[in-house]
Design a protein around this ligand. Structure first.
Ligand SMILES: Nc1nc2c(c(=O)[nH]1)N[C@H]1C(S)=C(S)[C@@H](COP(=O)(O)O)O[C@H]1N2
Ligand SMILES: [Mo]
Length: 321
């Protein structure tokens, strides 16, 4: 049974299982002290967290953009994944990414900006800029989840590189390393995975760079150590394990668009009235719900129309799918 909690601050220690207890270390400490349990971090932490030298995040700012929908369990979010670099099955990334070591990590910034170069991931992770954002994620395959990310605004990050007036788009690239990402040994996609946004989409307040999940560091299967989250677009736009950011004048190529151009457009805004060529997008299966619960209606822009509808004014959404 998945643990459904309303939102992070409302988790009561009495309602959570040991698996998720560790995610809130302070509550965890209180819990163990109160019950006199002799569990150490070593017995309770999963492998990826044990390897990390980082120990949770400081006080996280709450975001006004957070969804009030029921948050999915840590278990759902970390065992039902799409991350083809670690296999094409939903359970593959959880299994095959355990040994992935995302440290050290640097990001190359290139193209139309004043501050191109190579940056250490640590340069971007300033404790006082970290916030929690609870976002809905809608996969193009017809399922959805609600995920409590930790990270910072993409726009704030991009502004530091001082994009120039030729920067009309921004392209993101995932790590390409067959020895560390075994799924890349098979040519299921055009590696490395790339994605892109129009610059005004990227500078909108919603796109988020996630470095954590459920109050702790980002599990490998969710795109460690840093991934994009664009909540009003189908999940494949939310590219994982980013090593490169490039400002471009022309619309960048994207992996899924190259793979199946008639099925996956550059925009890929969530839209219940634009069907995928092979299935309807009107409804979605909410992961973690019992099988007999009805599907949920999919919302235009995944429910984020207020923040993003203006970006597409005058565009034919059927043509620019
Ligand atoms: N590099 C990379 N990023 C990726 C993918 C992938 O296969 N490779 N899958 C995408 C898809 S289809 C979805 S739905 C989301 C899933 O994110 P999650 O597993 O953290 O829920 O990641 C996206 N980002
Ligand atoms: Mo997806």
């Amino acid at each position: 049974m998945p643990i459904i909690v309303k939102s992070l601050p409302e988790i009561k220690s009495s309602e959570i299982t040991p698996r998720s207890v560790y995610l809130d270390r302070r509550k965890f400490m209180k819990h163990t002290v109160a019950t006199g349990l002799l569990l150490t971090a070593d017995t309770i932490l999963p492998a990826w967290a044990k390897k990390s030298t980082q120990s949770g995040w400081p006080e996280l700012k709450k975001s006004p953009y957070s969804s009030s929908d029921t948050v999915n369990s840590f278990e759902d979010i970390t065992t039902y994944n799409n991350f083809y670099e670690f296999g094409t099955g939903k359970k593959d990334p959880h299994k095959n990414a355990v040994d992935f070591n995302p440290k050290p990590w640097s990001i190359t910034v290139a193209g139309e900006c004043a501050k191109a170069g190579s940056y250490n991931l640590e340069d971007f992770i300033k404790p006082d800029s970290l916030e929690e954002r609870i976002y809905r994620l809608r996969c193009v395959e017809g399922w959805s989840m609600v995920i409590p990310w930790v990270g910072f605004s993409l726009a704030d990050m991009l502004k530091k590189f001082e994009p120039n007036s030729k920067a009309k788009y921004v392209e993101f690239t995932t790590l390409f390393d067959k020895s560390r990402m075994p799924g890349q040994q098979r040519r299921v996609l055009h590696w490395p995975y790339t994605e892109g946004l129009r610059i005004d989409e990227a500078m909108n307040e919603l796109p988020f760079m996630a470095v954590g999940l459920y109050g702790d560091i980002l599990p490998n299967q969710n795109g460690a150590p840093i991934r994009l989250v664009v909540p009003w677009k189908y999940g494949f736009k939310s590219i994982k394990s980013i090593v490169k950011i490039r400002f471009t004048e022309k619309q960048p190529q994207t992996t899924w668009n190259k793979t199946a151009p008639k099925e996956y457009g550059f925009y890929s805004n969530v839209n219940p009235i634009v069907d995928h060529p092979r299935w309807s997008q009107k409804k979605e299966r909410v992961i973690g719900q019992p099988f007999w619960k009805p599907k949920r209606d999919t919302q235009l822009y995944n429910g984020y129309a207020e923040q993003v509808a203006h970006l597409y004014q005058g565009m034919d959404l059927k043509k620019h799918f």
